[in-house]
Structures are given as structure tokens and as C-alpha cells.
Design a protein around this ligand. Structure first.
Ligand code: ARG
Length: 361
């Protein structure tokens, strides 16, 4: 099948579903489809209206099987950056995203959509996995910082960047347009909100000097709407505490903090059956939630998030849509069986529009 037929084949069901949800008439649907058919025939592509882009992005969130936070899909704010032409404009749009999303701690879900793929000579690329992330360095004494960032850190260094060498150096943005060389942009420090991690009753937590950034802005996925791919479409929600407390700080392949937390808590780490890992994990997660709340930064605990997901399931059922889900991702990594999700079954069917990982070349 020709590329253009494939495009039309994906555009049609999207326009129908999108316009139906927006309450448009069948006349409007027919005339828009005629317009799109013409555009594809004569230009080889069609362009989304702002409304199609906005609702399509919301549908993509609603269809994200791994996301427990989907109750809020309709609150997404869209930044239309389809007209950018230079790396500098790209960086500007990304700074604006960080500022709008952060909102002084009252985090807003935002997506910034850059130009769609037409040919690779113009393609826009964000090399960072998230807009804000900490560097990771290979040293003689092991890894310093976030081991998940080794590759992007090396890329930044090859472009002339040098980090301060702390465990929490915010990486610069690396953006690229077409076959031009990638360009590096340091994020202005005042844009990056961070939270110092303290425990409400265990004072010794301060000695670990843990901190984390306020807003997770995923930038390694492309957005597909109605057959059109947006290779750069960073989006964010707010954190669920376990992402930081049970994974980023706890995983052995990340900051690997459980032994140190156990040590400041005076736990018996010689016997697994003392459940020192579990005790350390719980207090670490208490500290993360407490610190974000105390410093006025939006965050959700996993019990509340699971209950919100339940409401999402009920809401979707009411309007006659099946909720798909990726069970191993939906269950929280802490006390999973205390949530209803653990005891449910979800179909992992992939509906469109959706987000997909950019496979790195
Ligand atoms: N798990 C990722 C992290 O710890 C963030 C993924 C997106 N999370 C979210 N709450 N929207 O950085």
C-alpha cells in the first residue's frame, strides 16, 4: 500500500472519533475528511487543526496503558510549537514548557508539540530522555550521579559541557534539527524547581543530602495522531511518590540508597528476614511525599493515585470506552496488592492516538 493511502487510512478513524467526542455533526466530519483527502492527494500530507492536535494529544494520554494518572487526561495544556525553525527557538519552547508546567509547584500537565516528521532532513530531535534529569559519571570509585544518564552525559561532554561533579547536576538540553550537529542549551537555574528530601521524624535523613527535581517531563517518546508522527512532543504530569522513593532512589541500578537509609535508621542489614529493605523503603517513600508536600510541590501517593485510576475506569465505562492497561506498569512498586489494580485484569491492546518510544539510531 502506498504511504499516502496508509496516512488516509489512519486519518479517517481519528477524525471520526475525535469529531464525535467533540460533538461535531456528520456534515462537519464529511467536509473535513474531504479536505484531508484532497490535501493528501495533492501535497502528500495533511495538517492538524489546533483543535485536532489538542484533542488528539489528550486521547493519546487517555490511551497510555502504563499511566496510572489518566483520570486527568482532559486537563492537558497544549503548546503548539509546530512553526519552530531553529534550535534556539526549540530551546525557548522547552524553557517555556518547564516554566508553565512547574508553575511554582502547582504543577500543570503540559505537552509541547514540535513539527511533525515529513523527511529526516528537517526532523526535530530532543536527545534528552526527560527535560530535567541529573547527570551520571563513570569514575574510579564507581558511578557518580544517576546511572540512567551515562549515555546522555557522555554526549553532553562530547559537545563541550562540563558538569560540576555533584550527584545532582542538571543536564543541559541537547536538541537537533535534521542533519545539522546537535546543539546544547543549559537550562536557566531559576527554571528548575527541586525538593530537598527530609523525613518528618527521622532527622538523620538530612545527612543523606537527597534531593529530586519537581517535574518529570518525558521527552523520549513520539506522539502519533491520525497517521501523523510528532517526533518531539515532550509531556509531563506530576510525580507519584514511588517513582522517586521506590525506584529512582532505591533501584540498585539507580541511586541505590537502601543500604544507606538502613544504616541511618540503625537496621539489621545482616539478615534479609529482618526486612530492613522493606522498612528502609517505606521510610524513604514517607520522606519523599512529606518533602514535596512541605515544599509546596504537587505529588500523589500510590494509594490516592490508584483510587483516582478507579474513578477513571468508572468514567470511561460510563461513556462506553474500554480501559486498556499494562498491568506490570500500573501496579505501584510499593504494596501493590493494597490497590484494586493488583486484583484486576487489563487488556494491553494499543489504541491510537498514542505515545511510542523513539528507537534511538
Ligand atoms: N518514572 C519517571 C521518573 O521517575 C517519570 C515518568 C513519568 N511520570 C509521571 N508521573 N508523569 O522520572
Amino acid at each position: 500500500m502506498k504511504v499516502q493511502d496508509q496516512l488516509l487510512e489512519k486519518a479517517v478513524p481519528f477524525i471520526k472519533e475525535c469529531y464525535n467526542e467533540l460533538g461535531k455533526s456528520s456534515t462537519e466530519i464529511e467536509s473535513r475528511l474531504a479536505e484531508i483527502t484532497q490535501a493528501i492527494r495533492y501535497k502528500g500530507y495533511y495538517e492538524h487543526t489546533l483543535q485536532e492536535l489538542e484533542h488528539g494529544a489528550k486521547m493519546a494520554w487517555r490511551n497510555s496503558n502504563r499511566c496510572i494518572g489518566r483520570l486527568f487526561w482532559e486537563t492537558l495544556t497544549i503548546h503548539d510549537a509546530r512553526q519552530i525553525e531553529t534550535e534556539e527557538q526549540m530551546a525557548e519552547a522547552l524553557f517555556r514548557h518547564i516554566a508553565t508546567a512547574t508553575n511554582g509547584g502547582k504543577i500543570r500537565p503540559v505537552i509541547t508539540v514540535f513539527p511533525p516528521t515529513r523527511n529526516s532532513a528537517q526532523g526535530v530531535i530532543i536527545h534528552n530522555d526527560q527535560l530535567v534529569r541529573y547527570a551520571g559519571y563513570e569514575t574510579e570509585n564507581g558511578i557518580l550521579g544517576d546511572p540512567a544518564s551515562l549515555k546522555i552525559t557522555t554526549l553532553c561532554q562530547s559537545l563541550g559541557w562540563q558538569g560540576a561533579g555533584t550527584p545532582y547536576d542538571v543536564l543541559p538540553l541537547v536538541v537537533q534539527i535534521g542533519h545539522r550537529p546537535p546543539k546544547l542549551f543549559e537550562i536557566p537555574g531559576e527554571l528548575v524547581l527541586e525538593v530537598d528530601i527530609r523525613h518528618p521524624d527521622i532527622a538523620a535523613f538530612e545527612n543523606l543530602h537527597l534531593k529530586w527535581y519537581a517535574v518529570p517531563i518525558v521527552s523520549n517518546m513520539y506522539l502519533e495522531i491520525g497517521g501523523i508522527s510528532y517526533p518531539a512532543a515532550p509531556f509531563n504530569g506530576w510525580y507519584m511518590g514511588t517513582e522517586i522513593g521506590a525506584r529512582n532512589f532505591a533501584d540498585e541500578a539507580r541511586y541505590n540508597m537502601l543500604p544507606r537509609v538502613a544504616s541511618i535508621m540503625g537496621l539489621d542489614t545482616r539478615r534479609e528476614a529482618s526486612l530492613w529493605r522493606d522498612k528502609a523503603l517505606v521510610e524513604l517513600n514517607v520522606a519523599v511525599l512529606h518533602s514535596f508536600q512541605q515544599q509546596g510541590v504537587a505529588i500523589v501517593d500510590h494509594h490516592t493515585a490508584a483510587r483516582q485510576f478507579k474513578r477513571f475506569e468508572e468514567k470511561e465505562e460510563k461513556v462506553g470506552r474500554d480501559v486498556t492497561g499494562d498491568w506490570p506498569w500500573l501496579i505501584p512498586p510499593l504494596s501493590p496488592a493494597t490497590t484494586h489494580i493488583f486484583h484486576n485484569h487489563y487488556s494491553n491492546e494499543v489504541k491510537l492516538p498514542n505515545f511510542f518510544y523513539r528507537h534511538e539510531g
